[in-house]
Write a protein that binds this ligand. Structure first.
Ligand code: MG
Length: 165
């Protein structure tokens, strides 16, 4: 096997307005939240970082290059569709995901109850086993922009593999 590694990072800011029925979307899973994330798409900051990691592994640019936020066809789009397209691109080139390790930095909302659902959904979209996808969540102990509840940040590392030709 030959291997390549990719790293992705993304941040989305929370809207100021508190809404009683607000939710955010992470890994395609809807999670209740006091405030929504500001975004051109559905604001799935986890999937955006994951797409960047996959694209980065093959030096294919970034999510902004493939799906520009100036293009109206991507306004409000489900990020799951973007991940499906990126995943197809990787597979077309003969590569498959060995594993993805994802760390979400959020002071709120509490993500632990949704961790398994996020892993299962990502594994389904990426067509891999659930033990190849790890989602971890941490606060920043009140420090920095995440700690001030201004937004959510996500770090992703992926390893992709391909048999030697
Ligand atoms: Mg983004």
């Amino acid at each position: 096997m030959q291997y390549k590694i990719g790293n992705g990072y993304d941040v989305h800011a929370f809207a100021r307005e508190i809404k009683p029925d607000a939710c955010i979307t992470l890994a395609g899973v809807h999670i209740p939240s006091e405030r929504e994330l500001i975004a051109h798409s559905d604001g799935d900051v986890l999937i955006h970082a994951l797409c960047d990691a996959l694209l980065g592994a093959l030096a294919l640019g970034d999510i902004g290059k493939h799906f520009p936020d100036t293009d109206p066809q991507y306004k409000g789009i489900s990020s799951v569709l973007l991940l499906e397209k990126v995943s197809e691109l990787i597979m077309q080139k003969g590569w498959s995901l060995a594993n993805a390790d994802i760390t979400v930095l959020a002071q709120e909302p509490k993500l632990a109850p949704f961790r398994e659902a996020m892993c299962e959904h990502l594994a389904k979209v990426l067509q891999v086993n659930v033990d190849q996808v790890s989602v971890k969540a941490t606060t920043t102990e009140g420090l920095g922009y995440v700690g001030r509840k201004e937004g959510i940040a996500v770090y992703v590392v992926v390893l992709i593999e391909k048999p030697f030709d």
